[in-house]
Design a protein around this ligand. Structure first.
Ligand SMILES: [Mg+2]
Length: 195
């Protein structure tokens, strides 16, 4: 496995490969052409609002991903009762109680999908679980804007240091980073206003 670059500073373990507005606004066809084959998704506030069941949009997204040829898996720290109905609804593999940001869930996800750290992408809304865990496992990641407000206090509290990290991330990338695409994924950065 290729070692990740460490020139981005102290906060780099929390930096995503790129920021996008939404999991529904990612050029998946282009990512497939670039060689990506596996997608690891967070559920809550990434694919649907926190605690909400699957819906037409999420179902259509996974249909599209299957048509393209992607292997996809939802990786959640939530319980089986939450994760399984969602995964079955959209027709996707799943791992629950994943213990993100631990590496183990991500490595298990790669094993299940039969993909590698290099050709897989993680998509999630939280820096200290989704993105940090992906970085620890050597997997590239896309940070999405949370779909809605958080309901759990511990997540609400994490949003404060997240803002600080994102501020440093933007600064590190330079004032012109929005004009550039991420080198590895080819995805254009989206300057999100996280509120
Ligand atoms: Mg989430």
């Amino acid at each position: 496995m290729r070692k990740r670059r460490h020139h981005m500073g102290l906060l780099s373990p929390f930096y995503p490969s790129a920021m996008v507005s939404s999991a529904y606004d990612i050029p998946y066809e282009e990512l497939y052409k670039k060689g990506f084959r596996g997608l690891i998704f967070d559920i809550d506030n990434t694919l649907v609002l926190h605690g909400e069941p699957w819906d037409q949009a999420s179902r259509l997204l996974f249909e599209r991903l299957r048509r393209i040829g992607f292997h996809a898996l939802v990786l959640s720290n939530n319980k089986e009762e939450r994760v399984r109905p969602f995964a079955e609804g959209v027709g996707c593999a799943y791992l629950c109680k994943a213990g993100k940001p631990k590496r183990s869930g991500y490595l298990e996800a790669l094993k299940r999908m039969g993909t590698t750290a290099e050709n897989t992408l993680t998509i999630g809304d939280q820096l200290f679980t989704d993105i940090w865990g992906a970085n620890r496992a050597g997997i590239r990641s896309l940070l999405v804007k949370p779909l809605g407000p958080e309901k759990e206090l511990q997540i609400i509290l994490k949003r404060i240091p997240e803002k600080l990290v994102l501020f440093c991330y933007r600064k590190r990338r330079g004032s012109n980073y929005r004009k550039h695409s991420d080198k590895e994924t080819g995805i254009r950065h989206y300057d999100q206003q996280r509120s």
